[in-house]
Design a protein around this ligand. Structure first.
Ligand code: UD1
Ligand code: MG
Length: 500
């Protein structure tokens, strides 16, 4: 149950109790994403702008995908529909997400009407949302649908209370607080403009009952558009049960229309995420200088230092230390007691008690076991590193399998790439190997168990186990060479002075 103050009285989203016959019926969603987003001043379609590492429309779709019994999503595209369609195709292999073209874009009512042919024989509930309201969470959507179904409404509109309702459609209620209609800012009279309950742009409709309204929408308004909001007035006049659902947290329906909104929404989302993590026992030294995407989980007693940007879905263990100034790009999982200092990490597993950085770069499927040390200026790419191994300074480990108890000396490089064939090859370094500083391992190559490599070696063929490989010019000491050279220079300069 939610309750909110509207027109100085409390309006309660009272969810009736009792069993509802249609609770398990399938649900379909329509997401409006065809608008131009002029105020973004961007060559990128508005819904593809990102907050906290995810596109706006992606955030909406991901929340919708969590709704129980949802079996189909129609995304209405129009402005730059190719890029939006392409994005969705790459992101979701899910056949149930379909794009529907709206060309030209004649308003939100016209947008929904484009999916009419696909839904002609559908008899269940349709939830309609905007692609530019990325903060709505799935629990809220679930409660909204539950409220709609239990109220046995033909139409339910989501609303919220804003101190400054400017630019939103206003919910007009009658003297009994029943919803009458929605009036857009541009069409509102001065009294209606005072209303602080706004239309969130999210609707639940019983398709069979409400869809005839789309044939009756007109462009008889200030903007000359087919307004989706006019279905409310239509439903009320037809005597169909029309309800309102007031959002508890009005920040959730924050819509993005400009870069300022984008930054504000990112800030809201970040604050909500960090507050939740703090409630679960994570320390943030400076929450306002730290960015964590809501998909990230962090274990208890971990400490996040300032300057960290943690994007995407990641899972950190307990007692971890991250930062300062660390960029986690997603798909990172760690055990407990892991430290990642001043580094960039993506797509990596880091086992317990391992330490990364400062200034390390881990990417493209890296698997690091426990008690490993990856030190400063070390890049690890698409490699596995087994437990208790050290790569402490200035190295590149790419396309490699590194065993247990290995020590990789400073400046060691695995030369994995042949620029002519453009092929990459693997380097295998078995357990207990010790590699001297400034060595190059030219892949494909294997260094067998417990072998040693002398510093400065260029290794091009297999090193047998327990052997020492030296692959560099043998040292030659030229005795008294310096003294002889000095004498030579001095005698040459005397000749020059004499001859002058
Ligand atoms: C709309 C509502 C307003 C509500 C607000 C909430 C209408 C008429 N008004 O206004 O009551 O308070 O949302 O955010 O519905 N779109 C299309 N095709 C079109 C036009 C728009 O797909 O022809 C899409 C846009 O891409 C956007 C969504 O519909 O995702 C909303 O459109 P927008 O122009 O932002 O409507 P608002 O003026 O914000
Ligand atoms: Mg809008």
């Amino acid at each position: 149950m939610y309750s909110c103050l509207v027109h100085n009285i409390y309006v309660i989203n009272f969810i009736p109790t009792g069993k509802i016959e249609n609770m398990n019926d399938s649900i379909k969603a329509i997401i409006l994403a065809a608008g131009k987003g002029t105020r973004m001043k961007s060559s990128l379609p508005k819904v593809l702008h990102k907050i906290s590492g995810k596109a706006l429309v992606e955030r909406v779709i991901d929340s919708v995908l969590e709704i129980d019994n949802l079996n189909e999503i129609f995304v209405i595209t129009g402005h730059q529909s190719e890029s939006v369609t392409e994005f969705l195709k790459n992101k979701y292999k899910n056949e149930s997400i379909k794009t529907v073209l709206q060309e030209p874009q004649l308003g939100t009512g016209h947008a929904v009407f484009q999916s009419y042919d696909y839904l002609k024989n559908f008899k269940g509930t349709v939830i309609i949302l905007c692609g530019d309201t990325p903060l709505l969470n799935s629990q809220t959507l679930q409660s909204f649908i539950e409220f709609h179904k239990k109220s046995d409404a033909a139409l339910t509109v989501m609303s919220a209370l804003f101190d400054d309702p400017t630019n939103y459609g206003r919910i007009v209620r009658d003297e009994n607080e029943n919803i009458k209609k929605i009036v857009e800012q541009k069409d509102a009279n001065s009294e209606e403009k005072q209303i602080k309950e706004i239309n969130a742009g999210v609707y639940c409709i019983e398709w069979e009952k409400i869809s005839p309204a789309f044939f009756e929408l007109t462009t008889n308004n200030e903007q000359g558009e087919y307004y989706l909001t006019d279905i409310i007035d239509w439903s009320v006049k037809k005597g169909l049960k029309t309800c309102g659902f007031i959002l508890e947290n009005n920040k959730e329906i924050f819509g993005i229309n400009s870069r300022r909104h984008l930054a504000e929404a990112a800030r809201f989302l970040n604050t909500m995420t960090i507050e939740k993590l703090m409630e679960n026992g994570v320390t943030f030294i400076s929450p306002e200088n730290t960015f964590v995407s809501p998909e990230t989980k962090i274990g208890q007693d971990s400490i996040i230092y300032p300057g960290c940007v943690i994007e995407g879905a990641n899972i950190f263990g307990e007692n971890c230390v991250i930062g300062p100034n660390t960029f986690i790009e997603g798909d990172v999982k760690t055990g407990n007691n892991v430290k990642i200092i001043q580094s960039k990490v993506s797509n990596a597993y880091i086992g317990e008690n391992s330490a990364i950085g400062p200034f390390a770069h881990l990417r493209d499927r890296v698997e690091i076991n426990s008690d490993v040390r990856i030190g400063n200026f070390v890049e690890v790419k698409k490699s596995t590193i087994d437990s208790s191994t050290n790569v402490s300074h200035l190295s590149y480990v790419g396309d490699s399998s590194v065993g247990k108890n290995v020590n990789i000396g400073a400046g060691t490089i695995t030369a994995n790439y042949d620029p002519l064939s453009k092929k990459k090859s693997r380097t295998i370094i078995e357990d207990n190997v010790k590699i001297g500083s400034n060595s190059v391992l030219v892949a494909p190559v294997t260094v067998k168990n417990s072998a040693n490599i002398a510093a400065g070696s260029v290794i091009t063929k297999e090193v047998p186990e327990y052997s020492l490989a030296i692959a560099r010019e043998k040292q030659k000491n030229m005795e008294n060479w310096v003294e002889k050279r000095i004498n030579q220079i001095q005698s040459e300069s005397k000749i020059e002075i004499n001859s002058a």
